[in-house]
Design a protein around this ligand. Sequence first.
Ligand code: ADE
Ligand code: ZN
Length: 336
Amino acid sequence: MQDFIENIPKAELHVHLEGTLEPELSFRLAQKNAIKMPYTTPEELISAYDFTDLPSFLAIYYAGMDVLRTEQDFYDLTWSYLNKARSQNILYAELFFDPQAHTSRGVEFKTVITGIHHAQRDAEEKLGIKSQLILCFLRDMSAESAMEHLMYAEPYLDWIVGVGLDSDEKDNPPLKFADVFAKAKTFGLKLTMHCDVNQNNTHDHIAQCLDDIQVDRIDHGVNSLEKAALWQTIKTKKLGLTVCPVSNRFVVQSLTSKEIRQMLDNQMLVTINSDDPAYFRAYLNENFIELQSEGDFSESDIITLVTNAFKVAWLPEQEKGFYLDKVQHYVESYSA
Ligand code: ADE
Ligand code: ZN
């Protein structure tokens, strides 16, 4: 089963680029940028990854980003992730980035997006992994700041496929950003939002995503299962849910394998993702392997989860077909 998971061609739809910053790269960038690290080794840094919920994770995640200063730093970050992803047989990835977490430290939007884009371009050409970029707004910052960053992005719309909403959900509902997401839609961008697991007012937040914002996808969204009206709408609209098992174990102490099984039983378009793999110490294959083992998922379940990701990817139908054919071909040759 592990071999089957490792080798099946996959898509990843929920990964924060800043959450792929490995301790070794942090140390290298800190040294280059003359930043003093509060730890002496990468191992010591990893042992300080002490999070038990979303806010405690976010504090460590934002502190870690301080080493990212130049266009080359963002290039290196993105290039490293795309190499790792390709080594896990990920053929296509949609990448979140958090520009406000960088502009607030004095790093220009242009610096961030140019470094990322050039690495994406090179990885597609040299490694054969395609990726697209999703600009995430930090929901614990103001709607005005989000709108300002959407306007920074306007000259780069060819480099962005959609917008998302992340960071601390407490008291920051989707509706706070209704105008920003409406404007993003007029730019032709796809819309997604985090509805993290077990957050306050989670059912209201999911309902706002569905009814008011009219998202194209939901990140996490596990609590939709608790209200028939929510999960049935998600199913009817054929919306993808990007679930992140190991991330869930850190923030809610469960891989949510039962919930993922229930989504499959409900024929919802659930997908498996890594979220912040350098922090949670698990990339996409490790997420699948742990989930499979805990939930006793069959090969057929794994195929459905992988196939769902290509089905709900923000790609033209023809390109989805190209990847789905690759999955089918792999499955046929594996069973032969
Ligand atoms: N930013 C990075 N990872 C996140 C997560 N899991 N939830 C909300 N915001 C995030
Ligand atoms: Zn996330």
